[in-house]
Design a protein around this ligand. Sequence first.
Ligand code: HEM
Ligand SMILES: *[C@@H]1O[C@H](CO)[C@@H](O)[C@H](O)[C@H]1NC(C)=O
Ligand SMILES: *[C@@H]1O[C@H](CO)[C@@H](O)[C@H](O)[C@H]1NC(C)=O
Length: 341
Amino acid sequence: MMMNAKISRVVMAAQALIVVLLLSVVKCSSGGSSSSSLRVGFYARTCPQAETIVRRAVARAVSRNPGLAAGLIRMHFHDCFVRGCDGSVLLDSLPGRPAAEKDNVANFPSLRGFEVIDDAKALVEARCPRTVSCADILAFAARDSAARAGNIWYEVPSGRRDGRVSLSSEVLQSIPPPFFNATQLRDNFRRKGLSADDMVALSGSHSIGVSHCSAFSNRLAGFNATFDQDPSMDPRFAAFLRTRCPPASSGNSGDPAVSNDFQTPTRLDNRYYENLVNRRGLLTSDQTLFDSPTTRNLVIQNARLGSNWEKKFGGAMVKMGKIEVLTGRQGEIRTNCRFVN
Ligand code: HEM
Ligand SMILES: *[C@@H]1O[C@H](CO)[C@@H](O)[C@H](O)[C@H]1NC(C)=O
Ligand SMILES: *[C@@H]1O[C@H](CO)[C@@H](O)[C@H](O)[C@H]1NC(C)=O
């Protein structure tokens, strides 16, 4: 009896040891990324050149076309708000399948910079096959765009994995339209875990890039039964914009684009907030940030203290970059950002 009890205790101890060993094997084999959080320098050992390769690809593209910095920052936003930052916005639609995110009206034809990501991915893939996710490349590219266009620097925690699903039908549930008021914008960002301060800071992205006339032409003429022009817009600014945006009724005149910030169109800076104070915000969703009592003070602060806004912008980009990410063994590392493996 004594002997049996002793043996069974040894057996139990051995079993416990095996369980512990198995657990640690499982942990190691998930590539050290079993913790579900992102970290700065995730590729330091597996692909040390990754961030440099992306930075150079962005530098080449932006020096040829400064608008691509705006395109890449917006692309990261549109990726993160739909199914999290999983590179889903990069996937192409396939024949006979439901349309992908990039073909939704919120993205097509206005979203730009896909070739920059393809370029960076091809170079990274040549150096370190199947190692660096498209979602991370996009997050790095947005950061490098902010550095080039605004001299704004922040570190990007990485270790995102790529999603396998992209549906146009999901886009408008999450990407806010340009006619939202401050309350609607605040609620929309809160659903993604971002504060009103984050939302106002990130809207400062509209100090670069362009908007197509269709995004704000309702404000220029035929606004509502009381006002022909949106009374929250400086009438001289509206008159100027009417010279750039032909009336929708004028037929096949297309949908021209104008600079989001006429003062410093290719500088990511806090002039955007000055424009709002001067009632020269382009979109309803811009001007409402100054006109609403809930966000007005944030706009005034950002207009006054550029360096403080830059810090908030970097912090909010990092926070946005963590929305609903896939990590560890979730998702995959795509070899081509346009297609699932
Ligand atoms: C607050 C809610 C937002 C709304 C309603 C909104 C809406 C828009 C719209 C309608 C455009 C014009 C697209 C076009 O016609 O070409 C635009 C452009 C842009 N947006 Fe936003 N946006 C918002 C927030 C953000 C955020 C959070 C970011 C980035 C962090 C961002 C970055 C940009 C950039 C950089 C452009 C210029 C894109 C280019 O030139 O290609 N936006 N946005
Ligand atoms: C914002 O829009 C919502 C939905 O249309 C509306 O209920 C709300 O009253 C608006 N808020 C303001 C401050 O205009
Ligand atoms: C027109 O818009 C203004 C400003 O937003 C608003 O105060 C007014 O009530 C609106 N008029 C109508 C008839 O909707």
